[in-house]
Design a protein around this ligand. Structure first.
Ligand code: ADP
Ligand code: MG
Length: 671
C-alpha cells in the first residue's frame, strides 16, 4: 500500500490534515525518575544497570530483566522477545526504559517497556527537550513514523494567519503555528490537564479556527442562496380569513414567528427558515398561515411529513381549517392506490391543487407542482438533504420558499453553529390553558397498579396511550410485543375499548383506529413509537411508556408531548426495569426533573453529542473535531462575530481559511 493510501486510512490526505492530527496523549521522556520514587500506575522513565537477566516459564516463556539504580530496582518483563534482546540486555548493561509501572508479585515491574541501551554516555545525555506525542493511529503506521512525518511537516509549514488582524489578540488566543507546535511538542512542564480538557489557549485557538471555518462555509452557502430568485408572496387576504376563523389567538411567540415567516415570504430571496418550538407549541398553524400567504398570492404549497400518521393528521387538520376558505387541499402517500395517486398527480400538475400534503411520496412519485411557491417540511431532521432539496427544486428560474419545522428543540449553541446557514424562528411559549404533565417513575414490578390507574382515568372520561417497548434489534419482535401487549391489556381492561397501532398496520386500518381514538370510541391506544411525532388528541391525558429505560431523551420527550394537550391534569408513567445503566438513569432523572424541551435538548447534547441531533442533516465527517459546543460556547459566539468581519474583508482570506480547514470536507457542511 502506498504511503498516501496508508495515511488516508487515518483521514490524513493533505499537509493540513497532518498538522491537525493531534496527539492523544504525551509521554515524558525528558527526565529520569529515581526508581525509589516511582509508584504503580505512573508512566515514567527510569535508568539503571541490568542486575538479572533470566528466561522463566510461568507458564509461558518470558524474559525478565531487573535493573537497579542507587535508589531501588525494577523488573522489565517481556512476554514476546527475540533472542537478540536477551543478549542486548545482558547483566551489566546500562538501560533507559519507559513504561507504565505496575505493582507485581515480586515488586515493581514494567511490561514491554520502550527501552534503549546506553553506551558510554550518561543516562541523561540526549534526552528530548519536549514531551513525546502519542498519536491516534491504525495498524501499519507506527508511532515513530507518524512522529517523523508530522514533525517534518511542522518544520516545513509556514501557515499564515488567516484571521483578521487583531482578532487573536482580542480573544486572548495565541498564534496558530505556535499553538500547533506547542500541541505537537509541549514543553516538559506543560499543564497536561489543560490539554486534556482542552481549556489550554492553544486548544482554544484550534477550536476557534474550526468554528470560524464552519461559520464561513455555512454563511457563504447562505449568501449564494440569497442571490437566487424567489417569487415574492405577499397577499394577506387568505391569511386574514384563516386568522379570523381560528378558534384561538396566536400566542406572542407564535405572532413573532409568524411575522418573521410572513416577511420572508414577501421578499424575493428564497426563504430558508427553520421554525423550532417544543412539542405542542403550535407550529402547525404557522405552517397553515404560510401556506395561505403563498396560495393567496397565486402559488401552490406543499407540506411533507415523515410518517403517514403525521401527514394524515396534518391533512385532516388543514382540511378543516382551509376548506371553508375555498382552498383545495389534496393528499398523497405511498398507501394510496395507483389510480388515486395518478388522479392527485394530474390535478396537482394542472394547478388544481393549492396545497398538497403527504409523506416522502411527494418527492418520490415525481409529482409536478408547476406553481410551487412554498415547500414546508415537518420534522426536518428526519429527512435526508436530497429529499428536502428535491421538494423545493427550482421551478423555471425561481426557487420556492422553504419552511422547515423541528419538534425537537435544538440547543442554542447547536442552532448557532451547525445551522448558521438557516434563519431560525423559535416558539418559546406554549398556548395558554395547558396543565403541565406530571411524570412518574415506576418500576416494572408495579405494573398492575398502573393498569388500574389507566382504568380510573378512563372512568373519569379520559383517554390513554400505552406505548410498547422499543426493541431496536428486531422489528418483528417489536411488532410481536405490541400485539402481545394489546392482547394482555384488552384482557386486563375488560369492558374498555383498547386499540392498537403499529408501523406495519395497513394504512387504512391505522387511519381508522386513529380516527376512532380521536372520536373517543377507542379509550386506550396501545402503540409503538409510530405515535411519537405530532399526534394530537387533547382528551388523551394519561400515558404509560413501557421499558422507558430503552428510549432516548428526545424520543421520551416527544412521546410525553402527546399528553398535556388539553386542560385536564395529565400523567406520564415511565415504567422501567432495573438494573438501570448510568445513562438510562440520567435520562429518566432528566425526564422526571423537567418538561422543558430546551433543557432536555441541552442535556441530551451533553449525553450524546451533536451527531444524533443532526440526524440525516450531516455526515459524521463534518462534525466538529476540536470544538465542543458546550465547553466552547464563548468561541461559538466569537466565531459568528468574526465571520461577519471576515466576510466583509478580502475574499482570499476566507478562501485560505476554508481550504486549510475544510479541504474536501466542505461539501458535507453545506447540506
Ligand atoms: P406542534 O408544535 O407540536 O406541532 P401543534 O401545531 O400540533 O403543535 O399544536 C398543538 C395543539 O395546540 C393543537 O391542538 C393546536 O390546534 C393548538 N394550538 C396551537 N396554537 C394555539 C394557541 N395559540 N392557542 C390555543 N391552542 C393552540
Ligand atoms: Mg407538529
Amino acid at each position: 500500500m502506498s504511503d498516501l493510501a496508508r495515511f488516508a486510512r487515518l483521514g490524513i490526505r493533505t499537509e493540513a490534515d497532518l498538522l491537525l492530527h493531534l496527539p492523544l496523549r504525551y509521554e515524558d521522556e525528558t527526565r529520569i525518575v529515581p526508581i525509589g520514587d516511582i509508584s504503580p500506575g505512573a508512566t515514567c522513565q527510569v535508568a539503571g544497570v541490568v542486575c538479572r537477566n533470566e528466561i522463566v516459564v510461568r507458564p509461558r516463556r518470558m524474559l525478565q530483566v531487573d535493573i537497579e539504580d542507587a535508589t531501588g530496582a525494577i523488573t522489565l518483563r517481556f512476554l514476546n522477545f527475540y533472542g537478540s534482546q536477551v543478549s542486548q540486555l545482558a547483566v551489566g548493561r546500562r538501560v533507559r526504559a519507559l513504561g507504565e509501572v505496575r505493582g507485581g508479585l515480586f515488586g515493581l515491574e514494567m511490561v514491554h517497556p520502550r527501552y534503549r541501551i546506553l553506551s558510554g554516555e550518561t543516562p541523561t545525555a540526549d534526552l528530548p527537550k519536549v514531551l513525546t506525542p502519542v498519536y491516534p493511529t491504525v495498524a501499519g503506521i507506527g508511532q515513530a513514523e507518524l512522529r517523523r512525518t508530522i514533525l517534518s511537516a511542522l518544520a516545513r509549514a509556514a501557515w499564515e494567519d488567516t484571521l483578521a488582524p487583531g482578532c487573536a489578540q482580542r480573544l486572548g488566543l495565541p498564534e496558530l503555528m505556535a499553538s500547533l507546535r506547542w500541541l505537537h511538542q509541549p514543553p516538559p512542564d506543560a499543564p497536561l490537564s489543560a490539554i486534556e480538557d482542552r481549556s489550554h489557549p492553544a486548544c482554544r485557538r484550534l477550536a476557534f479556527e474550526e468554528l470560524l471555518a464552519q461559520q464561513l462555509s455555512l454563511r457563504r452557502a447562505r449568501a449564494a442562496r440569497a442571490l437566487q430568485q424567489a417569487q415574492p408572496l405577499s397577499d394577506q387576504r387568505l391569511v386574514e380569513r384563516l386568522m379570523a376563523n381560528l378558534p384561538f389567538q396566536l400566542t406572542g411567540a407564535q405572532q413573532r414567528a409568524w411575522s418573521e415567516v410572513s416577511r420572508d415570504l414577501s421578499g424575493n430571496e428564497p426563504m430558508n427558515r427553520l421554525l423550532q418550538g417544543d412539542v405542542g407549541s403550535g407550529k402547525t398553524v404557522i405552517a397553515a398561515l404560510a401556506a395561505m400567504q403563498a396560495i393567496g398570492s397565486g402559488r401552490q404549497a406543499a407540506l411533507m411529513a415523515p410518517t403517514e400518521i403525521l401527514a394524515e393528521q396534518h391533512h385532516r387538520k388543514l382540511l378543516a381549517w382551509l376548506e371553508p376558505l375555498g382552498v383545495r387541499v389534496a393528499w398523497l402517500a405511498g398507501s394510496l392506490s395507483a389510480a388515486a395517486k395518478k388522479r392527485v398527480r394530474a390535478a396537482a400538475g394542472q394547478a388544481e391543487v393549492d396545497l398538497l400534503v403527504g409523506t416522502h411520496a411527494l418527492v418520490e412519485d415525481s409529482v409536478d407542482l408547476p406553481a410551487l411557491g412554498l415547500a414546508i417540511v415537518d420534522e426536518q431532521h428526519r429527512f435526508g438533504v436530497a429529499q428536502r432539496l428535491a421538494l423545493r427544486a427550482t421551478r423555471g428560474d425561481v426557487l420556492p420558499h422553504q419552511l422547515m419545522m423541528s419538534a425537537t428543540p435544538i440547543p442554542r449553541t447547536l442552532a448557532m453553529s451547525y445551522y448558521a446557514d438557516l434563519d431560525v424562528s423559535v416558539i418559546d411559549e406554549l398556548p395558554p390553558g395547558r396543565t403541565p404533565v406530571v411524570t412518574k417513575l415506576v418500576t416494572e414490578g408495579r405494573r398492575a397498579e398502573v393498569v388500574e390507574r389507566v382504568r380510573a382515568a378512563v372512568s373519569a372520561g379520559r383517554q390513554a396511550y400505552w406505548v410498547c417497548p422499543l426493541i431496536e434489534e428486531s422489528e418483528a419482535l417489536e411488532l410481536q410485543t405490541a400485539m402481545d401487549t394489546h392482547e394482555a391489556l384488552s384482557a386486563e381492561l375488560q369492558g374498555l375499548s383498547v386499540g392498537l397501532v403499529h408501523g406495519r398496520l395497513p394504512a387504512a386500518e391505522k387511519a381508522a383506529t386513529m380516527a376512532a381514538f380521536i372520536a373517543g370510541e377507542v379509550q386506550v391506544l396501545v402503540a409503538t413509537t409510530v405515535i411519537e411525532v405530532g399526534v394530537d388528541v387533547p382528551n388523551a391525558s394519561f400515558m404509560v411508556i413501557e421499558h422507558a429505560e430503552r428510549f432516548g431523551l428526545a424520543q421520551l420527550h416527544q412521546l410525553r408531548g402527546r399528553v398535556g394537550r388539553g386542560t385536564a391534569e395529565s400523567v406520564c408513567v415511565l415504567l422501567y426495569r432495573t438494573p438501570l445503566s448510568p445513562l438510562a438513569r440520567e435520562r429518566l432523572r432528566t425526564m422526571y426533573e423537567t418538561t422543558d424541551g430546551f433543557e432536555i435538548a441541552r442535556r441530551d447534547l451533553q449525553l450524546r453529542g451533536p451527531g444524533e441531533f443532526l440526524g440525516a442533516r450531516q455526515s459524521g465527517l463534518s462534525l466538529l473535531r476540536f470544538a465542543d459546543l458546550e465547553r466552547d460556547e464563548d468561541l461559538v459566539e466569537a466565531a459568528r462575530t468574526e465571520a461577519s468581519v471576515m466576510l466583509q474583508g478580502p475574499p482570499e482570506r476566507v478562501d485560505a481559511h476554508l481550504a486549510r480547514w475544510l479541504s474536501g470536507r466542505e461539501e458535507f457542511l453545506k447540506a
